[in-house]
Design a protein. Structure first.
Length: 290
């Protein structure tokens, strides 16, 4: 097998591979930078919880309208926002911390979503919702993912300064600016949007992988935030390309292959990067700078 047939041919010869690559590119540019801020805000596991929270809304949209892109998207966004804001209200009105209230709501959402699909759907339907099918992306799905990526990049550009301040010194941001709630809830809306975007390509269980794993790898290499954002997106795109090729040649599911490639990049970075396991043998570096 020639190098062309191994690396380039699948994307040239098959439209579904090109659409999958375009979808992964959009996710790498939108979802992965959101994952960087989740990581810096120590909210990585919250991203996983919220990815499950969108399930009941997407399931209801599926049951009402079938595999309708619009219905499942709107249902997922509404369900995610309800969980986020309900958890925030419980946190403000009770002694529970945000992680505890969010865990309670996401567990209920996950159970409700699986139950909804299981009662009226088939096993194949449940697998599609949970694991997605990046190789089945159509033009409408790509347009949706690209639109969410565009909104995300604009939102991050507008909220960049308060988001950075909230990552490193949230108390200072609350003291000097009224933008703290705007940055906090605006960022959570971006998280929900990108989880819904990733849901269409990778499913609810895999969507958070392309957000967090490349971000963690980038954090191990980068000394400043712009470089961290750049490296995380590059790692996500590179992992997506390799994962799609592995899926094509080895005939394995594309979504898990992509996330596993992200995991390999993370473990390689953990071993080799200046911020990894060998960091003690290398000269000390500066703390992350904005």
């Amino acid at each position: 097998m020639s190098l062309y047939e191994l690396l380039i041919g699948p994307f040239v010869d098959f439209g579904f591979m090109r659409r999958a690559l375009a979808g992964c590119l959009a996710l790498s540019l939108g979802a992965t930078p959101v994952g960087v801020f989740l990581l810096l805000r120590r909210m990585s596991l919250m991203g996983d919880a919220m990815s499950h929270a969108i399930l009941p809304g997407a399931a209801l949209g599926y049951l009402a309208f079938g595999l309708s892109l619009g219905a499942m998207t709107i249902g997922g966004i509404v369900a995610g926002l309800v969980v986020v804001f309900a958890a925030g209200l419980v946190t403000r009105a009770s002694i529970l911390k945000e992680d505890a209230s969010l865990a309670a709501f996401y567990l209920l959402s996950l159970a409700a979503g699986v139950m909804i699909v299981s009662l009226r759907g088939r096993n194949l339907d449940l697998l599609h919702v949970l694991f997605g099918s990046v190789l089945a992306l159509d033009n409408n799905s790509l347009l949706l993912i690209a639109s969410i990526t565009t909104v995300t990049l604009l939102g991050l550009a507008l909220l960049f300064r308060p988001l950075v301040l909230e990552c490193f010194d949230p108390a200072f941001l609350r003291a000097v600016s009224r933008l703290s709630p705007v940055a906090h809830y605006g960022f959570l809306v971006l998280v929900v949007l990108n989880l819904v975007s990733g849901f269409h390509a990778l499913g609810t269980l895999m969507a958070v992988g392309i957000m967090i794993l490349p971000a963690a790898a980038g954090r191990l290499w980068a000394r400043n935030l712009p470089m961290m954002l750049l490296l995380a997106s590059a790692f996500a795109l590179g992992s997506s390309v390799v994962g799609l090729l592995v899926s094509y040649h080895a005939d394995v599911p594309a979504g898990p292959a992509i996330v596993l490639m992200c995991g390999l990049v993370y473990f390689a970075s953990l071993l080799a990067a200046p911020g990894g396991l060998l960091a003690g043998r290398l000269p000390a570096r500066k703390h992350l700078e904005s």
